[in-house]
Design a protein around this ligand. Sequence first.
Ligand SMILES: Cc1cc2nc3c(=O)[nH]c(=O)nc-3n(C[C@H](O)[C@H](O)[C@H](O)COP(=O)(O)OP(=O)(O)OC[C@H]3O[C@@H](n4cnc5c(N)ncnc54)[C@H](O)[C@@H]3O)c2cc1C
Length: 469
Amino acid sequence: MDLSSEFLDAAKALLGDKGWRMDAESLEDVSTPWRGTYQGHTPFLALPGSTDQVAALVKLCGQHGVAMTPQGGNTGLVDAGTPHGEITLSMRRMQAVRAVDPINNSLVIEAGAPLVTAQTEAENANRLFPLSLGSEGTATIGGLISTNAGGVAVLRYGMMRDLILGLEVVLPSGEIWDGLSGLRKNNTGYDLKHVFAGAEGTLGIITAATLKLFPQVARVSAWVSCKSAEDVVNLLALTRDHAGDTVTSFEIIPANAIKMVQSEMPDVRDPNPSDLPWRVLCEVSMAREAHARDVMETALQAAFEADLAEDALIAETLTQAQSFWTIRESIPLCKRAYGTAVNHDVAVPVSKIPEFLEVTKKAICDLSPSAEIIAFGHVGDGNLHYSACEPMGAANPVLSNQASQITEIVHQHAMAFGGSISAEHGVGRLKRDELEAIRSPAATDAMKAIKHALDPNGIMNPNRVVRTD
Ligand SMILES: Cc1cc2nc3c(=O)[nH]c(=O)nc-3n(C[C@H](O)[C@H](O)[C@H](O)COP(=O)(O)OP(=O)(O)OC[C@H]3O[C@@H](n4cnc5c(N)ncnc54)[C@H](O)[C@@H]3O)c2cc1C
């Protein structure tokens, strides 16, 4: 996009010296996503320092017909926050914590703050902000809301959408909507915050959010070895029978993922080596650690009696628990270093996971016998990160040529089992057309109508989620 000198002069003047960049390094940095699987480009990087500056810039963009891509940490995985010719509106300078209210259990924070800041602020107030995921040091509050991120504690606390009480948003018109209510009950019309959650920056720029806080809890983690995926889902049901909603996380890890992590991170030890194909990383959290430990022990005892678990290790210390979680959280990073990986983020009903895994693996291996399947993730939410991998330096590399066929297999199977082809990462440009082909036309029309009503000139992150050109 060619920017007029009139636009550039006005943008630079309203943003101030700290508020913009046009050097090649800065522009390339924001145009290169975390995985590096696609490359964007942008003519201008805006770094506003306040909501008023965001509003003034958006108004200016509207006047000049300049399209923008809002960006947080650029950790998104569906090509939504990487610019493709739009100017980039980075929120990274807006990280202030505006208020913490431990009595109301709420925290008001600016959208450019990384998730870890919200977690730390909550902890300092003897509260918990429960969202947790591998990118938490970089992913921002605005990005997490805009992708309705999930993570490892959805089972108990829900997704990001469930964790917001209010938002402040700059609309595509440049108007500011101050909806930073800390109220839990407020039935006064359409609940606008939910329009922006999961909208991937296509409907407005989130500048701040009021987040829900929770009481602090003590966590007890267990590393369990299982002989089949069927045992894993039955173990989930049994654990919940014993522990109810105190089951915070229930992650599935295949044995080959541990080997992959160790090949990239030689210092990582397998906590409890076993020849069995599956591990579960389960976490129970309660107000008192002794109670959580008691519940976990009882559940695991029942699992042994029901022959659902072969072996289990309950972490004795925080350090040991962290070593379990390091393996889980390192899988995406190690996969990137390991070799070619065709990645998917799918959901199927929990009860269908074993069959989904079996038939999908068979279909992929029929096509590509050397493919190594690494399926891991949030089994408690029915959400699997499903990858077909080929290690670096494989004798006959074929996978990159078969990527689209593999994706078709994985997505078709997910749909056939009543699932979703985007469980928690969103739509972006990556899945936009595929989703438009499979979702009901009524849903796509409604989405386009909302987009058009709020952004009639199509300047706000165009062509993500739904096609606007
Ligand atoms: C190692 C790793 C592990 C991950 N694990 C998980 C996981 O377990 N669960 C999960 O759900 N995701 C996971 N992700 C994906 C990713 O972290 C999320 O998508 C995250 O929510 C994106 O936040 P971000 O600040 O990086 O946003 P970006 O990538 O910068 O942007 C994402 C989208 O949000 C929009 N956006 C950003 N900020 C704003 C704003 N202020 N206002 C309006 N729109 C905005 C962008 O335009 C874009 O559409 C993982 C990613 C990595 C790299």
